[in-house]
Design a protein around this ligand. Structure first.
Ligand code: ATP
Ligand code: MG
Length: 294
C-alpha cells in the first residue's frame, strides 16, 4: 500500500513553497488513471486500511491527526470528507466546519476558534475550512478585516506575512505536541465549478446546495487563486505539508486524499499497546476466575 500511495501523492505534495506555482498543477489531472473504474479498488482498500489504522491511533492515545480542507465552492470538500472517512469509527473522529465568524469569535484572535477544537490525543480532527480563511476570504474582502476589531496600528502592509508566520508557528507547536497536520487544497477549475453550479440549479434535489453568495465569490476567482498560491508558498512545510489535489474529477480527488492520509498514518508506525508481564499475569488470573464462575 505505501509504495502505491507514494507514487500517487508525490506530485501534489508541497513541503517547501518557495518555488510553488499554482499553474503547475492541472485541476483535470488524473495521474496514471484513465478512468474511475481503475481507481475504485484502490480507494476501497485505502478506506479499509484507514479504518484499521484509526483503531491503533485511538488505542495508543498519543498522536493525533489534523486534516484541513480548503477549496472554492463546489470543489468537493464535503463529498471527499464523507467518502474518505466512511469506514472510520465516529467516536474517534471530529469534523468542524468553519463559517463566517460570530461576534464572540471576533472578540478573540484569529486562531482562537480553531485552537479550541484541535483534536485530542488518539483522535482525527477534520477542519472543513479553517484559520486559512483568514488569509483567503479576508484577504479578498478587506472589509472583513476591518470588522475584526484589531487595533488600527496593527493593520499594516505586513499583516499577511505576519499571519503566515503565526500559522507556521502554531502548526509547528502542535506538531511538536504530537499532532500530525496534513492540509488539502482541492483545486477545481472555473469551468468545472460552473458545470457543478449549473447542476445544483437545474436539479431540484441539489438546489439546497446552492447559495447566492457562491456566485459573488466566483467573480473574484483570480484574486482567490492569487491568495491560495501565496498561502501555499508561505505555509507549506515539512511538518505540515499542503496537498494541491486536482479536483475536476471527484473520484481522483478522493483517491489522492485517501492516499495522503494513509501515508501520514503509515509514517507513525502505529501498533496496539502491548501489556507488560505483570499486567499479562493479572489478566490471566482474571480470565481463570471468570472461567471458573458458574
Ligand atoms: P457548502 O459546501 O455547504 O457551501 P461552505 O463551507 O461553503 O459549505 P457556507 O456556509 O456556504 O459553507 O460558507 C461558509 C462561508 O464562511 C464561506 O464563504 C467562507 O469563506 C466563510 N468564512 C469562513 N471562515 C471565515 C472567516 N474567518 N472570515 C470570514 N468568512 C469566513
Ligand atoms: Mg458554500
Amino acid at each position: 500500500m505505501p509504495k502505491i500511495t507514494e507514487n500517487l501523492i508525490q506530485n501534489y505534495r508541497i513541503t517547501d513553497g518557495k518555488r510553488f506555482r499554482l499553474k503547475d498543477i492541472d485541476p483535470g489531472d488524473t495521474g496514471k488513471f484513465k478512468s474511475k473504474d481503475e481507481a475504485t479498488g484502490l480507494l476501497d482498500r485505502g478506506v479499509q486500511w484507514l479504518a484499521e489504522e484509526q483503531e491503533k491511533l485511538y488505542a495508543s492515545d498519543n498522536w493525533s491527526l489534523l486534516l484541513i480542507f480548503q477549496a472554492m465552492d463546489a470543489a468537493g470538500k464535503d463529498g471527499t470528507i464523507k467518502h474518505v472517512m466512511s469506514g472510520i469509527n465516529p467516536q474517534g473522529c471530529q469534523v468542524h466546519s468553519f463559517k463566517a465568524p460570530t461576534s464572540t469569535d471576533l472578540d478573540h484572535d484569529f486562531l482562537w476558534r480553531c485552537a479550541k477544537v484541535m483534536p485530542e490525543r488518539g483522535r482525527i480532527g477534520i477542519f472543513n475550512r479553517s484559520y486559512y480563511e483568514e488569509t483567503l476570504v479576508v484577504r479578498v474582502h478587506p472589509e472583513l478585516l476591518m470588522r475584526q476589531k484589531l487595533p488600527a496600528d496593527l493593520i499594516g502592509k505586513k499583516i499577511w506575512e505576519h499571519r503566515f508566520e503565526d500559522i507556521r508557528n502554531f502548526e509547528r507547536f502542535h506538531s511538536r505536541q504530537g499532532t500530525v497536520i496534513r492540509k488539502f487544497f482541492l483545486h477545481v477549475s472555473p469551468e468545472e465549478q460552473k458545470r457543478r453550479f449549473l447542476s445544483r440549479l437545474e436539479e431540484k434535489e441539489k438546489n439546497w446546495k446552492f447559495s447566492t453568495s457562491d456566485i459573488a465569490e466566483r467573480a473574484h476567482w483570480e484574486k482567490y487563486m492569487e491568495a491560495y498560491e501565496d498561502m501555499i508558498r508561505n505555509t507549506a512545510t515539512e511538518y505540515a505539508p499542503w496537498y494541491v489535489v486536482p479536483a475536476d474529477n471527484k473520484w481522483f480527488t478522493r483517491v489522492v486524499v485517501a492516499a495522503a492520509i494513509v501515508d501520514a498514518m503509515h509514517g507513525l508506525k502505529l501498533e496496539f499497546p502491548k501489556v507488560d508481564k505483570r499486567k499479562r499475569k493479572e489478566l490471566e488470573a482474571i480470565e481463570a476466575t471468570l472461567k471458573r464462575e458458574k
